[in-house]
Design a protein around this ligand. Sequence first.
Ligand SMILES: Nc1ncnc2c1ncn2[C@@H]1O[C@H](COP(=O)(O)OP(=O)(O)OP(=O)(O)O)[C@@H](O)[C@H]1O
Ligand SMILES: [Mg+2]
Length: 105
Amino acid sequence: MSQTHHAEPPADAPLIINVSGLTKSFGSTKIVDGIDMQVSEGEIYGFLGPNGSGKTTTIRMLCGLLTPDAGTGTCLGHDIISESALIKLKVGYMTQRFSLYEDLS
Ligand SMILES: Nc1ncnc2c1ncn2[C@@H]1O[C@H](COP(=O)(O)OP(=O)(O)OP(=O)(O)O)[C@@H](O)[C@H]1O
Ligand SMILES: [Mg+2]
């Protein structure tokens, strides 16, 4: 997986994402293997990789939607494991797939 920075934040900006060693397997396949990510408030951060490389899985761990097998850190100042409910209150996440019943108006 590749990662690209596009914009420099102010030097005193706090880290809004600060995680290390995030790891997740589904079955016997290790999908995310020890990702470290530090993103400052106000920074525009591109998170790129091929289809199926684990981007959505990583973002779900950052949002508190998925518990990592290993790794620690914070998102919006809250622990991604012990304070996931607080993260969910603050994050807007437009999912890749429409996840409501298709017949809702
Ligand atoms: N809940 C799950 N159970 C089992 N396998 C999963 C699950 N979620 C994702 N995977 C698998 O993990 C791998 C990574 O998927 P993920 O959706 O994180 O990739 P992605 O980088 O977001 O891909 P894309 O660019 O297509 O959006 C894929 O092989 C996918 O099939
Ligand atoms: Mg995806």
